[in-house]
Design a protein around this ligand. Structure first.
Ligand code: 13P
Length: 336
């Protein structure tokens, strides 16, 4: 592979120094939903303004190695006319792009989803690469419910993730592969562990089959958690132990890094769980274990901002504070 060294260097830089990624790649529909809940008008102007709040936070490069963007944001700029991509590069933050196009029903598998976006991937990758995007994300959704997930869902999503990862690497772009076992439901934590390990094993089999270079790839998994309808929360120790066991069993040591999604956990829990993994197991882990959070890094900032200029500084302070907390969690030094 002609881009191998470059891919490996970029992937390493994305998880270096106990820092991680921020996902600011909510689709227009998802961001509008969050705006609606926070009483913010759902317009292109407000979406741009919110992205500016985050991207121009002074000092983000201290805590964030890379930012995952949505297509709309890639083409936007600050109010003073600096393209967002330039602002990120100047802050020392590598820009990346969400490449999946959401999910659709998986045929013959009622209640299950498969991710869309493979058809024109090669063309889109070439265009984003030209614009200077250096990594990309693709999210698969796996739901636990009674007999679900089916083997059909696990296999279809693993294959799509591997097809996407191979296409990314061919274009010189580092793939972030995200097989998300979602928290919805009332299942026990052990069931989440079982399904997460199954999905990861299948994923790495497909990545191998499609010749993906693991040293130039970042895995973005869910933490192993009980379903969100279960009343009793798992302790950070239990989450850390089961998550690490699952990853050690299923993820090859060659992978450049692991950057978790937060999946709807509150910021405090997401940081505490990440911290417990690094505090207890860092020396046993073959990869850096860090964050690629959206909600657990900037949902509080969105609520503080609330669409008002006078709140920008306070919103940025909240974003920076959560960045700092999670960098500390990357070292096992987070104090709740
Ligand atoms: P959350 O951290 O809010 O789960 O979002 C991460 C993400 O990028 C989902 O694709």
């Amino acid at each position: 592979m002609e881009n191998r060294d470059q891919l490996i260097m970029t992937a390493k830089a994305m998880v270096a120094d106990n820092k991680g990624l921020v996902a600011i790649d909510e689709s227009i529909a998802t961001l509008n939903k969050r705006f609606e809940a926070a009483g913010i008008p759902q317009t292109e102007g407000y979406r741009r303004a919110y992205r500016e709040v985050l991207i121009t936070t002074p000092g983000i490069g201290e805590y964030i190695n890379g930012a995952i963007l949505f297509d709309e944001t890639v083409h936007q700029q600050t109010l003073s006319g600096i393209p967002f991509l330039d602002a990120l590069n100047k802050a020392g933050v590598i820009p990346g792009i969400k490449l999946d196009e959401g999910v659709e029903d998986l045929p013959l598998s009622p209640g299950e989803k498969v991710t869309k976006g493979l058809d024109d991937l090669v063309e889109r990758l070439a265009a984003y690469s030209k614009l200077g995007l250096r990594f990309a994300k693709w999210r698969a959704v796996i739901q636990i419910d009674g007999q679900l997930p089916t083997a059909a869902c696990i296999a279809s999503n693993a294959h799509a993730l591997a097809r996407y990862a191979a296409a990314c690497q061919q274009a010189g772009i580092v793939p972030v592969v995200e097989p998300e076992v979602i928290m919805d439901g009332a299942h026990r934590i052990e069931r989440c562990a079982e399904v997460t390990e199954w999905a990861l094993r299948e994923l790495f089999q497909q990545l191998h089959l499609l010749n993906v270079e693991l040293r130039g790839l970042i895995l973005k998994p869910n933490m192993v958690l009980p379903g969100k309808d279960v009343k009793e929360k798992a302790s950070a120790d239990e989450v850390a132990t089961l998550t690490v066991e699952c990853l050690l069993n299923a993820v090859p040591a060659a992978v450049a890094g692991i950057a978790f999604l937060s999946g709807g956990q509150d910021p405090e829990s997401a940081s505490a769980n990440l911290n417990a993994m690094n505090l207890k197991y860092k020396t046993e882990l073959p990869w850096p274990v860090t964050y690629s959070f959206s909600r657990a890094l900037h949902q509080p900032a969105l609520e503080i901002w609330a669409g008002k200029d006078e709140n920008v500084k306070a919103a940025q302070a909240s974003f920076l504070e959560l960045g700092k907390a999670n960098k500390a969690a990357g070292k096992g030094e987070f104090i709740s």
